[in-house]
Design a protein around this ligand. Structure first.
Ligand SMILES: NC(=O)c1ccc[n+]([C@@H]2O[C@H](COP(=O)([O-])OP(=O)(O)OC[C@H]3O[C@@H](n4cnc5c(N)ncnc54)[C@H](O)[C@@H]3O)[C@@H](O)[C@H]2O)c1
Ligand SMILES: [Zn+2]
Length: 364
């Protein structure tokens, strides 16, 4: 197990195979009461192995396995878990371990931040998307019928343990989904990483360890750099939302079915790129590079067939980046640079959605 980095009081550790770390001293867990929050699928794959690893440091080890899926990232699930915590009298000596993808880390982080005014949490992310993005930082959110991630807190984990071995059982769709956030980092803040991804996509998709390691560590470092500058969502951190305005609209419109977060973000990235084109702030050749990389990573560039322009506009009105009447967007201006644009003209947004539906970039 290697220490990758530290931000504030949180260490990020990385291991090729977490279950080979029997010599690792999980001192932070010693004599703590531990509650693992996971879902039924991950529990069936890995829970007994994780428990075996942790029994060496504590006997107070229980778990809750919730149903799988983004549609369970709700207040109902939060309430159900808190009820168990209260009934079993989990006290301030408790550490929650979130064990799963971004849905699990978001729900668990939110609960840890509010239960008894805050108890400790450790993340063990098991999807590419959670390892490169969702687990890193301090944001925890749940969805509301009025929008995605509308209720949440800022609360830092004590430790993040990344095991690259977990990615071996992920479906290809979830790998592509994670690559969407990976590509996001390249577009908004690291040109050389963008071209590294382009050169090494095949190795990443086939889960070659050396390449996964470089990919995950680079993303963690890029995100930590931003968070260290900006603890709450201000200018620099808000860049991480690139692609998310339209992406969240797709997730909400499809009721969090089929469209994973990452797939929806890919379409969000391409629509935002068309907005940049229509505002004349990005060169066509750069926009084409973005489109091509998404396609190469087997990510969608078209949203769901039946979502129309008004659906997008109705939903993005609730986006958290907006002020009362203006739509604010993060837009690429180059490979490796994005900026926040305030009060973007609604007509430009509508034209950009329509341009993306026609895949105009393929024709120029
Ligand atoms: N808090 C943040 O800063 C932040 C950042 C990015 C994304 N997010 C959130 O993260 C969520 C998306 O996360 P996600 O893409 O990990 O989705 P997810 O948690 O739904 O996981 C995707 C699927 O993979 C399965 N899975 C997980 N690990 C597996 C494994 N090792 N093997 C086989 N299957 C496995 C899950 O059961 C699920 O079916 C969204 O809710 C998004 O809003 C949060
Ligand atoms: Zn995201």
């Amino acid at each position: 197990m290697k220490k990758l980095l530290k931000y504030n009081s949180c260490n990020i550790l990385i291991s090729n195979n977490l279950f080979n770390e029997s010599n690792y001293n999980f001192s932070i867990l010693r004599n703590k009461r531990i509650l693992i929050i996971t879902n039924k699928l991950i529990a069936s794959l890995y829970l007994s192995k994780l428990k075996k690893l942790l029994y060496s440091v504590t006997n107070y080890l229980e778990h809750i396995a919730i149903p799988d899926g983004e549609k369970y990232k709700t207040m109902v699930t939060v309430n159900n878990i808190i009820l168990v915590l209260l009934k079993k009298n989990y006290d301030n000596n408790t550490i929650i371990i979130s064990f799963g993808g971004g849905v699990i880390s978001d729900i668990s982080g939110f609960i840890a931040s509010i239960y008894r005014r805050g108890i400790d949490i450790i993340h063990i992310p098991t999807t590419l998307l959670a390892q490169v993005d969702a687990c890193i930082g301090n944001k925890n959110s749940i969805n509301h019928k009025y929008g995605k991630n509308m209720i949440g807190t800022f609360y830092e984990p004590k430790l993040i343990i990344i095991g690259l071995n977990f990615l071996n059982t992920l479906s290809k769709k979830e790998i592509y989904s994670g690559l969407s956030e990976v590509i996001k980092y390249g577009i908004i803040m690291d040109k050389s990483f963008f071209f590294w991804i382009k050169r090494n996509l095949k190795n990443l998709i086939s889960l070659k360890l050396k390449f996964l390691y470089k990919c995950v560590t680079t993303c963690c470092k890029l995100k930590v750099n931003i968070i260290n500058k900006d603890k709450i969502d201000n200018i620099s951190r808000i860049l991480l939302n690139f692609g998310h305005t339209f992406g969240h609209a797709i997730e909400k419109y499809t009721n969090y079915n089929y469209w994973t977060h990452g797939l929806a973000i890919a379409v969000g990235i391409i629509i935002a790129t068309y907005v940049s084109l229509n505002l004349n702030i990005i060169k066509i050749k750069h926009a084409k590079l973005i489109r091509l990389l998404l396609i190469k990573a087997k990510l969608p560039i078209f949203g769901p067939k039946n979502i129309n322009v008004n659906d997008y506009i109705d939903i993005i009105k609730y986006d958290k980046k907006n002020n009362t009447n203006s739509i604010n967007l993060i837009l690429p201006v180059n490979i490796g640079t994005a900026k926040v644009f305030y009060n973007v003209d609604k007509k430009i947004i509508i034209k950009s959605i329509l341009d993306s539906k026609q895949d105009l970039l393929s024709k120029v």
